[in-house]
Design a protein around this ligand. Structure first.
Ligand SMILES: [Zn+2]
Ligand SMILES: [Zn+2]
Length: 472
């Protein structure tokens, strides 16, 4: 049988393969390879540049690369290799080394870079969404020790701070909001908050001091205040609010609340604060508010209502009581004084005073008061129901009588009791009469006839009628 050249070569190759796979031959070859001189020789050989280049060229060929990859995959899949690898990586020194390597900043950055690539992310997402992976992760998460560990971790201040920082980033916030606003998320949330146990818990929480303090703090933040103000100023919200406010039951409720003593006290306390007062004044003084108030007050129905109110006995009494308070009186007096000091007001007042009808009225008023004073002092000092001279008893005509300053007009400026009431020798007769009436006719005055009075005034008579205690 004649063999072709190719056939012979193939046969030889097969034989050699079989030969070199024999254990004893393999062992022998290994023994030979492991000899120091053989190793050195091999090393020298493989360090030669031309050999290195050749090797590199060979290894970079696509077909060889694929072959190598395939081989390695097959190799790593072998159970004994896997076991070996596992054993190796579980050694403490190896673990430590690996950890040290993993923790290097540049390695971390590299890993992160890899992780952040879209394709890596997509792959990861795909992996995490597999049911078996999900189930496994959940099973792990639910283990008590894992839960406890996580709880401990998230409560660390630095972890909390980091989480907060992340939450506050605009892009994260926007994302969270987008998620929250999805219909299914909203529905889920609603369902959750409608559960009785959740409601009860919430209720319990909202009445706690901690929650109250937090809500107060939140409400006082400028951005939240601004938001509230913005919302309140929207036309539809305003309209809604007004509609509610105008309902009879809402009105009644407000009225009932405002009438409670504690609500009144609170309101008063608030109104009396300097800043609230200033605010109210500032508001009142705004031209548009002033104009509005004026317009309102000039409406006939408002005027009528105000008049009706002011004429009620209890309101009148209250107003008088207020007017008569010393501090209010002083204030009013000062205000009036200032008012009448202005030339235009002075002129106006004079013009009004000088009108014939007013002059007649004033004269009438003057005589009325004069009579009252004459009657009063005559009754008190002379025990007479008819006005009379306190010296000679003359009572034939009111016009023969006059008011006498017992100690002398000027001298009485230094009498403490009178000064305290506001007496002054500068008071004109009409003003003096008004002063006496307003102060319930104080001591220091008497009624004399013109004769006794002028005789008393002569310097040589020492301020006494020369006919005192004698028939005149
Ligand atoms: Zn007399
Ligand atoms: Zn006399």
């Amino acid at each position: 049988m004649v063999q072709s050249k190719e056939e012979r070569r193939a046969k030889k190759k097969e034989y050699l393969k079989e030969y070199y796979s024999r254990p004893e031959i393999k062992a022998k070859a290994k023994e030979k390879r492991d000899r120091p001189e053989a190793k050195a020789k091999a090393k020298e050989y493989h360090s030669r540049p031309e050999i290195k280049a050749k090797k590199k060229e060979y290894e970079s060929r696509p077909e060889n690369r694929a072959k190598k990859k395939e081989y390695l995959e097959e190799y790593r899949d072998r159970p004994e290799i896997k076991a070996k690898e596992k054993e190796y990586h579980s050694r403490p020194e190896v673990k430590a080394k690996e950890k040290e390597y993993r923790d290097r900043p540049e390695i971390k950055a590299k890993r992160k870079g890899k992780r952040d690539r879209p394709e890596a992310k997509a792959k990861m997402k795909e992996w995490q969404s597999r049911p078996e992976v999900k189930a496994k992760a959940k099973e792990k998460r639910d283990r008590p020790e894992v839960k406890a560990k996580k709880k401990e971790y998230v409560q660390r201040p630095e972890v909390k701070a980091k989480a907060k920082e992340k939450r506050d980033r605009p892009e994260i916030k926007a994302k969270a909001k987008e998620k929250r606003d999805r219909p299914e998320a909203k529905a889920k949330l609603k369902e959750y908050h409608s559960r009785p146990e959740v409601k009860a818990k919430k209720k319990e929480y909202y009445v706690s001091p901690k929650a109250k303090a937090k809500m107060k703090e939140l409400a006082s933040r400028p951005e939240n205040k601004a938001r509230r103000r913005e919302i309140a100023s929207r036309p539809e919200i305003k309209a809604k609010k007004k509609e509610y406010r105008d309902r009879p039951e809402a009105k009644a409720k407000r009225k009932e609340y405002a009438s409670r003593p504690e609500a009144k006290a609170k309101k008063k306390e608030y109104r009396d604060r300097p800043e609230a007062k200033a605010n109210a004044k500032e508001r009142r003084d705004r031209p548009e508010i002033k104009a509005k108030a004026k317009e309102r007050q000039s409406r006939p129905e408002i005027k009528a209502k105000a008049k009706e109110r002011q004429s009620r006995p209890e309101i009148k009494a209250k107003a008088k009581e207020k007017r008569d308070r010393p501090e209010i009186k002083a204030k009013t007096k000062e205000r009036n004084r200032k008012y009448y000091q202005r030339p235009e007001n002075m002129a106006k007042a004079k013009e009004i005073r000088d009108r014939p009808e007013n002059r007649a009225k004033a004269r009438e008023e003057y005589y009325k008061i004069r009579l009252k004073i004459l009657q009063y002092y005559s009754k008190r000092l002379s025990n007479s129901n008819i006005p009379c001279c306190h010296c000679c008893g003359l009572n034939s005509h009111l016009d023969f009588l006059s008011l006498d300053h017992i100690a002398g007009k000027k001298e009485m400026d230094s009498e403490y009791e009178l000064k305290k009431l506001g007496y002054s020798s500068k008071l004109s007769s009409a003003m003096l009469f008004k002063f006496l009436i307003d102060n319930n006719c104080p001591d220091g005055f008497q009624i004399l006839c013109t004769n006794c009075n002028s005789a008393k005034g002569y310097p040589r008579n020492n301020n006494e009628c020369p006919m005192k205690n004698k028939p005149h």
